[in-house]
Design a protein around this ligand. Structure first.
Ligand code: DAT
Ligand code: MG
Length: 138
């Protein structure tokens, strides 16, 4: 079956800007199911595991600091090819160049000039999704 699950995070900028509802509405409008949902104040240990692949990169420290700066909303999202589909819906990493029509392209560039403030996270492969869902949900 091609029904998958992915981890979506509404990052602290999305929560602070009151965009959680709009972002979740776009996921639902696409036809995906939100099967679990929680608000989390992530600690460093969780974020270090979540972003282990980026440890040592120049943006790692600012990224982790940003992600622990406020609550995030974690969603377990299910649907047909949802891993790839949500990445497409989110748009490319940098909100400045993310295509119009995507979450980051439409909503992503605010007062912040930092690439890490790009509203959402989505798992990038089935292996990442399984690993990340286990971190954020039981
Ligand atoms: P994505 O979130 O699109 O999967 P990623 O996994 O490569 O992107 O990076 C994780 C996050 O780190 C990303 O959402 C924002 C931040 N980031 C990535 N590249 C960056 C860069 N060159 N400068 C600043 N932040 C960056
Ligand atoms: Mg990524």
């Amino acid at each position: 079956t091609s029904i998958e699950e992915t981890l979506v995070l509404v990052k602290p900028d999305g929560v602070a800007r009151n965009l959680t509802g709009r972002i979740l509405a776009r996921i639902e409008a696409k036809g995906y199911q939100i099967v679990d949902l929680r608000m989390v104040q992530a600690d460093r240990a969780l974020l270090a595991q979540h972003y282990a692949e980026h440890e040592g990169k120049p943006f790692y420290e600012p990224l982790v600091e940003f992600m622990e700066s406020g609550p995030v909303v974690a969603a377990r999202v299910a649907g047909h090819r949802v891993i790839e589909g949500f990445r497409s819906l989110a748009g490319t990493t940098d909100p400045t160049t993310a295509a119009p029509g995507t979450i980051r392209g439409d909503l992503g560039r605010d007062w912040g000039l930092k690439v890490q403030q790009n509203l959402v996270h989505g798992s990038d492969s089935p292996e990442s999704a399984a690993r990340e869902l286990a971190l954020w949900f039981d």
